[in-house]
Design a protein around this ligand. Sequence first.
Ligand SMILES: C[S@@+](CC[C@H](N)C(=O)[O-])C[C@H]1O[C@@H](n2cnc3c(N)ncnc32)[C@H](O)[C@@H]1O
Length: 285
Amino acid sequence: MDDPSWCLATTRSYIHPVNASARAMWALGDYHRFATETVWELGPVLVTACGVSAGQRVLDVAAGTGNVAIRAAETGASVVASDVTPENFDAGRRAARKTGVELEWIEGDAQALPFADDEFDVVMSCFGVMFAPDHGAAASELLRVCRPGGVIGLINFTPEGAGGDFFRVLSAYAPPAPSAAPSPLLWGTENHVKNLFGDRVQALEMTRHEYCETAMSPRAYFELFRDSFGPMVAIRAGLREQPARTAELEAAFMEFIARWNRGASEGQVRIPYEYLLVLAHKLGV
Ligand SMILES: C[S@@+](CC[C@H](N)C(=O)[O-])C[C@H]1O[C@@H](n2cnc3c(N)ncnc32)[C@H](O)[C@@H]1O
């Protein structure tokens, strides 16, 4: 599997101390617009899979604008949305207000969560924790803040699906990774997740599923990423002085669409993205 070095290059500085470059990247564009037009249907999927219910204390790690957190709050749970990019919280607060729910928004790195041991009944992350470069530290933090017997639920792109291909396309245009950090896509493989959690969990359940992203046309799909997806905005800004490379990136993205599109080639885009749904119960009762 090729390394999606753009992710690594841009998230590497998370390890210590605070990681201005990754935060700046995810704050670019318009993440809430992007999320609502692509991954928004997955928030309820994860909340239902984890059995979130009223009265539980729930954490959404790398929450973005609350895809999972807002849906968890709708059940009556007491929810904290945490992310390293607080620039996106205002959009999340507006979405929560519109939905009529209240939750807490707390800045935090998945590798060093600002919460107490055993604080949450349920800890979830949708396409989030996979971007923290120190996988071992992030897995240990998910476990630490979850109570014994509590549930950890994750949605991660698989390397074999369209998400894996997408990251490999982008990585070719990103600055080289400063050093060999593990690929975020490893979180989409059963063995890696099993090794990360080891014997600290019971009943580790992992299943592969698909969701579809749609757009009015291939051009509209490209423009959505160009204008609203922070990592794409950052890479294009880095290529500002290189119009030929910028055009190449656009062509590569259009080829990516053509490879995966199950809709009409000039009409509506419909791309199936495979993900690994992880459900783990922390050891203990
Ligand atoms: C693809 S978005 C997913 C957001 C949200 N979970 C959703 O479903 O829309 C990835 C998120 O991970 C966050 N992130 C990346 N690295 C992180 C880290 N080390 N700790 C916490 N959040 C992180 C980014 O700020 C961004 O909000």
